[in-house]
Design a protein around this ligand. Structure first.
Ligand SMILES: *Cc1c(COP(=O)(O)O)cnc(C)c1O
Length: 377
């Protein structure tokens, strides 16, 4: 059996090696390293795939979130509501822009931001909600969009973990995640569902004016060469990364399908286990692209299990071990422990198993057997 990895990038590369090597070679020969044709082509192709009017590539997913917030003109002191249970990048950029992060609890079954908690957190200063489609599952966008409309708030989707996932709205419309709110960010970090060979990110929006503003912000606030109308940043996707992404984008649905297949096999293996809760998939099959396959271990032995897996040479991860409201950088006396019962519990129970496009049946069988045998031992 091939060595089990948390993410197998090598295996995926082998399948599209010729295509990638040829494009990278071409870029070296033309020296179109920045803003070359590959970047423009990728942008167009991603717009088509997502069915969104504007994709603005940038340097990484954290920049994408920051730039989205800058583009909306959020001002210091504005309150931005987001999930307590997510990667720190989400709250980091809010704080960095001197906006006020307002962390709220998540749902125990989907791990996504809880719309009821959002409602309770709204004040006259609230300007935006940042739902994260965590672990690849679409957040409850019907409820979130309704709250946003009622309170006149922007919705910025952090789509770093869910590219390719779908959302079926109450009105029976289908959207790709990242095209539902006012603006969205994504990351092409190598281990994401659509990953490049370095750092990369993008912003999506259907709003023409916002897209124009953002295109200037990513390029030093320039709308006309050497005229700087707003304070911007330097945030670019380079041609090498765009070429890798162009080679992978046509396979994205297949990649997500492979992840789903693996998830279903894990589900089957863990069915009926008393102390193991499999990740709930809300809605139809395509609303979860399994960036992570995350179990809850409910008998208090999660940490022992991690140790056991490590000893057996099977990788696993804890996403995330500490609630954001308890992190040194984001602590605030406004936060009361009783408002975060779910996150406080999840950080003790979750464990993510190897999940990627190259997992084999015998690997899945071995991983799940190792978990089950230990939990029942
Ligand atoms: C990966 C990730 C980001 C940041 O993306 P980078 O490209 O690493 O900057 C932001 N939000 C979430 C939820 C992520 O998983």
């Amino acid at each position: 059996m091939k060595k089990i990895q948390m993410v197998d990038l090598q295996g995926q590369y082998e399948q599209i090696k010729d295509k990638i090597n040829t494009s990278l070679q071409e870029i070296m020969e033309t020296s179109a390293f920045i803003n070359g044709p590959e970047v423009q082509k990728f942008q167009k192709e991603l717009e088509e795939y997502l069915d969104v009017k504007h994709v603005i590539p940038c340097a990484n997913g954290t920049d994408a979130l920051q730039i989205a917030m800058m583009g909306l003109g959020l001002q210091p002191g504005d309150e931005v509501i987001t999930a307590d249970f997510t990667f720190a990048a989400t709250v980091e950029v809010i704080a960095l822009l001197q906006l006020t992060p307002v962390l709220v609890d998540v749902e125990p079954d989907t791990f996504n931001i809880d719309p009821e908690a959002i409602k309770r957190a709204i004040t006259p200063k609230t300007k935006a909600i940042v739902p994260v489609h965590l672990f690849g599952q679409t957040a409850n966008m019907d409820a979130i969009m309704e709250i946003a409309k009622e309170h006149n708030l922007y919705v910025i989707e952090d789509n770093a973990q869910a590219i390719g996932a779908e959302f079926h709205s109450r009105e029976a419309k289908t959207y790709k995640t990242g095209t539902i709110g006012d603006v969205a960010s994504t990351s092409f970090f190598p281990s994401k569902n659509l990953g490049c060979f370095g750092d990369g990110g993008a912003i999506f929006t259907n709003n023409d004016d916002l897209a124009h503003i953002i295109r200037g912000i990513v390029n030093h606030g320039m709308y006309e060469r050497y005229h700087h109308d707003v304070v911007g940043v330097n945030s670019r996707l380079d041609s090498f990364q765009a070429a890798v992404l162009r080679a992978k984008l046509p396979n994205l649905d297949l990649y997500n399908e492979a992840r789903k297949e693996a998830a279903l096999k894990y589900d089957e293996a863990f069915a009926g286990q008393e102390h193991i809760v499999i990740p709930l998939r809300k809605g139809e099959c395509d609303t979860h692209v399994y960036h992570q396959y995350t179990l809850k271990i409910t008998n208090g032995r999660r940490d022992e299990l991690v140790k056991h897996m490590n000893e057996k040479g099977i990788p696993c991860g804890i996403y995330y071990p500490i609630p954001l409201h308890s992190q040194k950088a984001y602590k605030d006396e406004r936060y009361k422990e009783e408002n975060f019962p779910v996150t406080n519990q999840l950080v003790k129970e979750v464990i993510s198993l190897p999940m990627h496009t190259e997992l084999t049946d015998d690997q899945i069988a071995l991983i799940s057997k190792t978990v089950i045998d230990f939990i029942n031992s």
